[in-house]
Ligand binder design. Sequence first.
Ligand SMILES: Cc1cc2nc3c(=O)[nH]c(=O)nc-3n(C[C@H](O)[C@H](O)[C@H](O)COP(=O)(O)OP(=O)(O)OC[C@H]3O[C@@H](n4cnc5c(N)ncnc54)[C@H](O)[C@@H]3O)c2cc1C
Length: 332
Amino acid sequence: MNRFALARPASFEAAQAALNDDRFTLPILKAGGIDLLDHLKEGLVEPDALIDIKRLGRAAGRSPISRQGDRIRVEATTTLAEIASSTVLRQSAPALAQAIEDAASPQVRSVATAAGNLLQRPRCWYYRNSKFFCNKKGGGTCFAMEGENRYHAIFHTGPCVIVHPSNLAPALHVLDGTVHVMGGRRKQIPIAELFHMPAEGIFSEHNLEKGELITHITLKPVEFCGFYAIKEKTSFDWPLAMAAAALELDGQTIRSARICAGAVAPIPWHLPEVEKALVGVGLDDDSALRAACERSVERAEPLEHNGYKTKLLPVAVRRAVLRAAGRGENKQ
Ligand SMILES: Cc1cc2nc3c(=O)[nH]c(=O)nc-3n(C[C@H](O)[C@H](O)[C@H](O)COP(=O)(O)OP(=O)(O)OC[C@H]3O[C@@H](n4cnc5c(N)ncnc54)[C@H](O)[C@@H]3O)c2cc1C
């Protein structure tokens, strides 16, 4: 591992200045450091400066999650544990707390941050292994396309079949989430526009510009929202398929729905076909509900080893919808 400088700026402004400091050729922000340290250990990145922002945006005695007008504000450095246990989120945007309550492990959740979770790099085992010079590292091959691809995308357009790993991203998508940024042309970016497909840029998954950093996130309170993840095991593990749902209800009938899936595509995967099919569906009409959720996979193109995800995704969507409507886990 190369030597690097460590900066501990006292404000986001100072962090941004350090990012633009000409003395550094590759300065990188470190929040919780969970994903970044994995990258350093594997030799996937070789920064000459780490800028530690873990404690920024946090005032002693003040919650990092607060109401801001008609939105909820989550500081970028809020930990996943704080999100999972937040009373404000549990009452007004439960999908976000549900998204993270079982993610990773208690140790990871107590350190990992909201912005770091959104910007963590993909889990593709070829990308994570320094011995594979894949497309994402400037090589000419996606080893997963024809190789071991059981955890990879069922929605993809090439030249890389990663899945977006963040649990928070699909939940924020249905809650009209927005990241607030500093240091670039824009002040805010809707979550729906934060990520891009590999064909639009293979070396990163997000649309932040060089020198831009996230200061906080805002989202809309939604009474009927829910999240459901399907994993291989219930302890720390990344989901195989996950879904977030935000509903408007007329009694027991769905008036409108917003649905986004995770772990199935290189970006949080919006499902407008399911949203359309859910309109007018009664929550007690199980066959109509299943038929609407089945539409989640109509655009899927599974790879050799991940066809099973086309069975999981409709289940995750249906359980997220039922959870949004307050109908519990519904493990049928
Ligand atoms: C065993 C294990 C299981 C896991 N399971 C899950 C899971 O089920 N679901 C899930 O979603 N995640 C899971 N994770 C991933 C984990 O949640 C992320 O690695 C973590 O959230 C990253 O947050 P961090 O604060 O540590 O980010 P860091 O590692 O510090 O940073 C990650 C990236 O974000 C950038 N960054 C951080 N903050 C900012 C900012 N404010 N502005 C701009 N750039 C920034 C950094 O420069 C870096 O590139 C798991 C991790 C482990 C180890």
